[in-house]
Unconditional design. Structure first.
Length: 218
């Protein structure tokens, strides 16, 4: 597990990333050239630095290569993202994640060796597109590489049947990895085929996007 992460750029995404990671016990160093943005994260990050990340010597002085990962969240400025990425690579950053707003920006950052590209707006839009289309769909999580995970209420025709009877893995090529029981409150990881579905159950389903889409239409 990563223990310390540097976040460069305190856009809304960068700000909340610092907050949520800090709440999980990760040591965060936040970097931005805007003093007001730095002031807003000081109360929950381990270190907050007013600095220009486009300066290689600045990144070097912050010992950026000591961090388990670095996240670049500088917004639409592709030139800034590219320059910071190049410097991080030269300084030996272990893992680099970068926020992108366009496909071209993502392609360039991938070529430069970014470990993973983050598309916050696209991913949120994709999630809510799935949710808004289906009344029984509660949440959706795109996972990359053509896979996704969704939470849904069991379709009416599944109620009172066991998982073996429904045979979801064979019929739809997806896997129920967890069931959240609301009444009584309980969580079942990798449920057995003998579990009888109730209207108070929430199913967590994992599979390929194309197979997930078939489940959504039930």
């Amino acid at each position: 597990m990563r223990k310390n992460i540097a976040v460069i750029g305190l856009s809304s995404f960068g700000h909340y990333l610092c907050k949520y990671l800090s709440e999980k016990g990760i040591d965060i160093m936040a970097i931005d050239n805007d003093e007001d943005k730095i002031e807003k994260v000081k109360s929950f990050v381990k270190k907050a630095v007013v600095a220009d990340a486009k300066e290689k010597e600045t990144l070097k002085s912050l010992q950026i290569n000591d961090f388990d990962a670095v996240v670049i969240s500088v917004g639409d400025d592709i030139e800034q993202s590219v320059l910071i990425t190049l410097y991080l690579r030269e300084l030996g950053a272990k893992e680099i994640f970068a926020k992108a707003t366009t496909v071209d920006q993502a392609k360039i950052l991938t070529i430069l060796g970014v470990s993973d590209i983050i598309f916050p707006e696209r991913d949120i839009a994709q999630t809510y597109a799935h949710i808004l289309l289906r009344s029984n769909l509660l949440d959706y999580f795109p996972m990359g590489n053509e896979y996704g995970m969704l939470e849904l209420a069991p379709p009416r025709e599944w109620l009172g049947k066991t998982l073996s009877e429904i045979n979801i893995r064979v019929k739809y090529n997806v896997q129920i990895v967890m069931i959240k029981e609301i009444v009584p409150e309980n969580t079942i990881m990798i449920p057995s085929g003998s579990h009888v579905l109730k209207d108070s159950d929430i199913l967590v389903v994992l599979g390929k996007e194309e197979d997930i889409a078939r489940i959504e239409k039930i």
